[in-house]
Design a protein around this ligand. Structure first.
Ligand code: ZN
Length: 154
């Protein structure tokens, strides 16, 4: 499985070095939401353009560790242009990957039925993070911030 871990590492580094959807949107009309992870000093600022129940556009700025920044980049690609119900499904799937996986590892059980990794695509690259509990907050920061922003818009 070392090759898969190498691939995952490459994906994370690629998104860290070349973050997708980087920048700002005028707010308003876009909704601006900020997230901060004090454990690591990670920051994300997200600009959400939601129209007619669709996340038409998303831009991000921020700084922090490679996990927090690559996770926000991967997230933006996974949710941009999607209807909000699909966006929420992706958020739920990712958060599940970060929690179920961890508890399953602790119990040393097979857990591959819990999260459909193929559906997560490149996001699966972040699954290795669960081995390092202190980094889970880095990986979920952008996702929790997105959810907060969507709730503020609801
Ligand atoms: Zn971090």
């Amino acid at each position: 499985m070392a090759n898969l871990e190498d691939l995952y590492r490459e994906i994370i580094l690629d998104h860290y070095r070349s973050p997708r959807n980087r920048g700002e949107l005028a707010s308003p009309p876009a909704h601006r939401v900020e997230g901060f992870n004090p454990l690591c000093g990670d920051e994300v600022v997200e600009y959400l353009d939601v129209r007619d129940g669709v996340l038409v556009d998303i831009k991000l700025t921020g700084h922090g560790c490679s996990i927090s920044q690559s996770s926000s980049s991967l997230m933006s690609g996974a949710v941009k242009g999607k209807p909000l119900d699909e966006v929420n499904e992706v958020i739920d799937s990712f958060k599940k990957l970060m929690t179920v996986h961890e508890s399953a590892l602790a119990k040393d059980e097979d857990h591959d039925d819990e999260v459909d990794l193929r559906r997560l695509g490149e996001l699966a690259a972040l699954q290795g993070v669960v081995k390092f509990p202190v980094r889970i907050k880095c990986a979920t920061l952008a996702w929790n911030t997105l959810r907060q922003g969507l709730e503020e818009l609801a």
